[in-house]
Design a protein around this ligand. Structure first.
Ligand SMILES: Cc1ncc(COP(=O)(O)O)c(C=O)c1O
Length: 367
């Protein structure tokens, strides 16, 4: 086994590099024709009506929240996620109301979210965590019943599907990141899909200082534009997204087969009627049943050249910044998962033999 198989050796292809160089040589570095084309092609790929490119995935979320929130509006956010799902609500003038998660799928627990509804709740922000699609139907019904907008955080879920449909085609806002570790990676970049022409229009203005005409500003905005260099890479990469996902899915199947039945190891449960995009392959390590705790297993794997990760070591409600802003609270499922979760390599640079070797290494660690 080559050393450090967990560290993804994700590189751009020659075609992607050529596309970037073509833009560099043209001198047209800012947001322009390549961004327009990337937006069109991304919308076509996901089945969304519109796609708005931006500087990164956090900006994609911020634009969505800014498009709908009034000061003090509350947004239901799962606590087990990356900081930006919650912090961008605060940055848009709202308040993230942190909710617990389902222990099997690791996704927002709707029952817990329902208990946290108030007259100020304006939106819900489910996260397709690690590429596992949320139950889009249940969330859609919930949002309709309570008059909420949905801001889907799909930063980790390019190519995930629910009931045979790409998750980018569902609704109000679907926010993606193209950070280098993601299923699509252009450097820094983001995209917000929407079916709503007003949201599309508003986000385009917000990402360019609220400009609606040349040097004419009607709302408060930011500079959140993507550049044409990144868009050119993204356009080229979109062509191989399905192939990269197929490798991830193949690797996940090997891990699933090999790890099912290993006492003390429980992989993330895939949502019913969905197709996982396997940005991360995460397991829960039960120290009593496995004989080693999460950190012990990670160390043993590292010693064999298998790098793992902990996403995430604490919930957002345990982050000092949120504790200071909103006070301390307890979300037991999130806290328990944060202690036991471990991400194994699954990326598209991993070979099937390496995936099988990971299974063998984990089986060999059990005491
Ligand atoms: C769930 C989630 N949301 C939002 C983001 C923010 O994306 P970016 O890093 O491109 O700003 C990330 C990226 O790590 C993420 O994983």
């Amino acid at each position: 086994m080559k050393n450090n198989i967990g560290i993804s050796e994700i590189k751009l292809t020659e075609n992607e590099i050529d596309a970037a160089v073509r833009v560099l040589r043209s001198g047209a570095l800012r947001q322009g024709k390549e961004c327009d084309a990337f937006e069109r092609e991304f919308a076509e790929k996901t089945g969304a009506k519109f796609a708005v490119s931006s500087a990164n995935g956090s900006a994609a979320l911020h634009l969505a929240y800014m498009a709908i929130l009034q000061p003090g509006d509350e947004v239901l956010v799962p606590s087990f996620t990356f900081i930006a799902t919650g912090s961008m609500v605060t940055m848009a003038g709202g308040k993230p109301v942190l909710c617990d998660i389902d222990p099997d799928t690791f996704l927002l627990d709707l029952k817990d979210a329902e208990r946290r509804l108030t007259p100020k709740t304006r939106a819900i922000a489910p996260v397709h965590l690690f590429g596992n699609s949320c139950d889009v139907e249940a969330l859609g019904n919930f949002a309709r019943r309570h008059g909420l907008a949905i801001v889907w955080d799909a930063a980790q879920a390019h190519g995930a599907q629910f009931e045979g449909r790409d998750i980018g085609s569902f609704g109000d806002f679907v926010c993606y990141s193209f950070y280098p570790s993601k299923n699509m990676f252009v450097g820094e970049g983001g995209m917000t899909c929407t079916d709503n022409p007003e949201y599309d229009h508003k986000m385009r203005s917000l990402r360019s200082h609220g400009q609606t005409g040349k040097y004419y500003h009607t709302i408060m905005g930011l500079n959140y534009r993507m550049t044409d260099v990144e868009a050119a890479i993204g356009r080229e990469q979109l062509k191989r997204l399905d192939d990269m996902l197929a490798v991830r899915r193949g690797n996940a199947a090997i891990l699933n087969d090999g790890l099912s039945g290993v006492l003390g190891i429980r992989p993330q449960a895939v949502t019913a009627h969905s197709l996982h995009a396997w940005h991360q392959y995460c397991i829960v390590v039960d120290p009593e049943e496995f004989g080693l705790d999460r950190d012990g297993l990670a160390q043993r794997l590292m010693a064999q050249g298998i790098a793992t990760g902990v996403h995430y070591p604490r919930g957002l409600h345990q982050q000092p910044v949120f504790e200071q802003l909103y006070g301390k609270t307890s979300l037991p499922v999130t806290e328990n998962l944060a202690e036991k979760i471990l991400a194994l390599p699954v990326h598209h640079g991993l070979t099937p033999d390496e995936a099988a070797a990971i299974v063998a290494a984990i089986r060999g660690c059990r005491v």
